[in-house]
Design a protein around this ligand. Sequence first.
Ligand SMILES: *Cc1c(COP(=O)(O)O)cnc(C)c1O
Length: 365
Amino acid sequence: MKVPFVDLQAQYRAIAGEVHAAIEPVMANTRFILGEEVRLFEQEFAAFCGARHCVGVASGTDALHLIVRALGIGPGDEVITQTNSFIATAIGISYAGAKPVFVDCDAATYQMDVSKLEAAITPRTKAIIPVHLYGQPADMDAVLAVAKRHGLRVIEDACQAHGATYRGRPVGAFGDAAAFSFYPGKNLGAYGDGGAITTHDDALAAKLRAFRDYGQSTKYHHDFCGYNSRLDTMQAAILRVKLKRLSSWNQSRQRAAAAYAKALGRIGVEPPRQVSNGTHVWHLYVIQVANRAAVQKRLGDAGVSTGIHYPVAIHLQKAYADLGCKRGMFPVAEAAADRILSLPMFPELTDAQVDYVASELGKAL
Ligand SMILES: *Cc1c(COP(=O)(O)O)cnc(C)c1O
């Protein structure tokens, strides 16, 4: 049996007719940049997240960068985030000229260890970026309490968590703004790059709309040097089709996760720990194994594709050598990086595939 890590072809087959019907009018009317579908998608995605505004941008990385900039954070400022994330979380901070400062994660849930936050705050700290990692929410009450005490902004990195909830409310509307990615493999993925920012703040939303479009508020009148970072109309048209199915796809991921938990129980592997105050939308299904390279190789030989998210914590990446971080600074994230293994996870994953993955994993162990 072959079990891909993600099966975007199965998803495409299920929606091909609707996708073609959605993009054909865009090709015909040729409003490829900031066309009607972008506006409609922004409305629909804002409503989905329970936020007042959504601003479509070119990627999740740009979403983070533009939020940091629009909040007036730049050179000389520090922004705290967790070291166990995709590097784009830190790159968004660096693009703005600010310095990423890292904290460790919780050993059980991999979410930001909020008990470490206050020790990382300095007079230069301006914001905190918790990551809703793997598809479940960060401990937002705790993050927001620390931020309030110290007068800091909060930016949610929701790039892996479209539709996840925290205390019954969707992520994307807890902090000053949230960044989403529509990279094809994300829970809501475009057919290319794409991203969005959600926020309650009217002034910030207006600023972000100008930021993504060369700093213009009306055509050819530029208030500042902005960026070219827009969500394509074609991508917005596709995302509108897919957004209607997102909740049902997330439920399918939850069913697959429940099937994994059962199957892993049979082979004595601990399933991922879920936070108690939120729902998980299972962007990634991450377990821990010893001897990971051999296990991964053995699974690959049996037709099971796996991933590692992420093998090197950000503070140990060569790209951030300048920060002078050393191995040992964030021991929980470092230890996890050596053991974590992401099993296949996508909405169309069948129980038979889950059972096959678990039984091959059992043999590999
Ligand atoms: C995917 C991702 C990003 C970046 O999104 P892009 O659209 O690829 O730029 C940022 N943060 C996290 C946690 C991500 O998973």
